[in-house]
Design a protein around this ligand. Structure first.
Ligand SMILES: NC(=O)c1ccc[n+]([C@@H]2O[C@H](COP(=O)([O-])OP(=O)(O)OC[C@H]3O[C@@H](n4cnc5c(N)ncnc54)[C@H](O)[C@@H]3O)[C@@H](O)[C@H]2O)c1
Length: 436
């Protein structure tokens, strides 16, 4: 049977490699549509948690995992030899930067080596990890061909970028259109058929490189526009104009403007990282990426700006940052989620501590700061009480979780540095609030 017929009949078995923020929800989508799936990860803890029908991602409830395991539609394993028993292999492993801010493709190359040991004739492999144009064909393909099988005669290969927006109530994995690119017609046909089963709209493009570049354009678009409003924030602040009021007013224009919001810096696995993937690849073509790098510089500077505003506010209260105690609200990079990868809060902690402040944080979703790529802080989330809030010289709103009681926070703190306009509706005690 032709692979696309097998997929349409839901007889194809789907394997997802990397069961993180991208892989797990995608796997569940396939299962809930009627497929039998195998989830692969090198992390034993994740595999055990799923086997116990529990979850490790806040916005993916156990009520989705339990039926998948109980019906036998979801099988998870660390045994990659089981890759040989699936029809389609979707790869959603991390693509971070190394310590020199260069792409770290080791997760993709390691996974490709593992797949090459077990790949079977007729299988479709789709890469989902965000990366620079050329990764699928120049990095993954030769490793997979190390198996002895040749693309596109023996196996199929495509790239389809993920557009997951964790905890977005309007758009989920299923309802976000998905771009699919491949360099031969059969790979494109099979990959399109695969995603057509679970995603509202599949958008085929002519090559994996075009699909890879699409993802980078989307994220660089955000990075550049966020940098623009961050710059506006600093200019307007000097002029004593509130950038938030200006953005709200500009947003009433029904065409040609879309709002982006300033903040304490970029966070998450995508927007702070992906521009560097393009910059790296552009060098191979003697192309500078000035605009993109400028946006990166402005966004990278934002935590320093927040610290400067805090120091100025402490100064006007005849206090120095050295020896003061600072409480940072929110450790996640975005409100109402539990993901702190690249979170600007971590950078804020580092800068304040370097300047001699004592720093605590409070985040209802992150009780303890785990070890991450660049940081290993030994800190536990502080409970927000009258007593704790009033004991800090400055309270900084870095991530505006909905569950924070901003009236209570303002009432009981001496000084609030608000980087998210979370206190916009507070009427009393406004003299304590500094926007940054
Ligand atoms: N998180 C998002 O919102 C988001 C959105 C769009 C795109 N992306 C992209 O998707 C990719 C995955 O991101 P994520 O957020 O799901 O990452 P993640 O860290 O949450 O998950 C990755 C998983 O891959 C596993 N893994 C690592 N190496 C492996 C290997 N060799 N074999 C099998 N499993 C392995 C890890 O244990 C982890 O469970 C990245 O390229 C990211 O840029 C993420």
């Amino acid at each position: 049977m032709d692979l696309s017929e097998k997929i349409k009949a839901k007889d194809a078995r789907i394997g997802v490699v990397g069961l993180g923020y991208v892989g797990l929800p995608l796997l569940l989508e396939f299962i809930e549509t009627g497929f039998y799936c195998t989830g692969f990860d090198i992390d034993d803890k994740k595999i055990e948690t799923i086997r116990k029908k529990e979850t490790y991602i806040k916005h993916i409830p156990e009520t989705r995992i339990s039926p998948a395991v109980e019906t036998g539609r979801l099988h998870v394993t660390t045994d990659f030899s089981e890759l040989s028993a699936v029809d389609c292999i979707i790869v959603a492993v991390p693509t971070p930067l190394d310590k020199h801010q260069q792409p770290d493709l080791s997760y993709i190359t390691n996974t490709s080596k593992t797949i090459s040991k077990h790949i079977q004739k007729g299988q479709l492999v789709v890469l989902e990890s965000s990366t620079y144009p050329g990764t699928t064909m120049e990095v993954m393909r030769p490793i997979l061909e190390g198996s002895g099988l040749k693309y596109p005669d023996d196996f199929y290969l495509a790239f389809s970028p993920e557009r997951e927006d964790p905890n977005n109530p309007t758009y989920t994995t299923k309802t976000i259109p998905k771009v699919v690119g491949a360099n031969d017609s059969l790979s494109r046909k099979y990959a399109t058929a695969l995603y057509d089963q679970v995603i509202v709209k599949t958008v085929p493009v002519s090559s994996s490189q075009a699909a890879e570049a699409t993802k980078l354009l989307e994220n660089i678009f955000r990075s550049v526009n966020i940098a623009l409003v961050n710059e506006m924030k600093m200019i307007l602040d000097r002029m004593d104009i509130d950038v938030w009021e200006v953005i709200e007013a500009a947003s009433t224009k029904p065409f040609g403007f879309m709002p982006f919001y300033p903040g304490p810096g970029l966070g998450g696995h995508c927007i702070p990282i992906d521009p560097f993937y393009l910059t790296y690849k552009a060098k191979e073509f003697d192309m500078p990426t000035r605009f993109i790098e400028l946006a990166g510089e402005i966004n990278t500077d934002m935590p320093y700006y927040v610290v400067q505003k805090t120091m100025d506010a402490l100064n006007s209260r005849e206090k120095s940052v050295k020896g003061s105690s600072v409480l940072i609200l929110g450790a996640a990079y975005k409100k109402d989620i539990d993901d702190l990868r690249e979170s600007p809060t971590l950078k804020l902690i580092e800068i304040f501590e370097d300047k001699g402040a004592h720093v605590d944080y409070s985040d209802p979703f992150i009780p303890v700061l785990p070890r991450v790529r660049k940081y290993d802080f030994d800190k536990k989330s502080v409970e927000l009480t009258e007593k704790t809030l009033s004991s800090y010289d400055a309270v900084i709103i870095s991530t505006a979780h909905s569950s924070f009681d901003y009236d209570f926070i303002v009432e009981n703190s001496d000084l609030i540095i608000d980087t998210r306009n979370a206190t916009k509706n507070i009427v009393k005690n406004r003299e304590k609030i500094v926007k940054a």
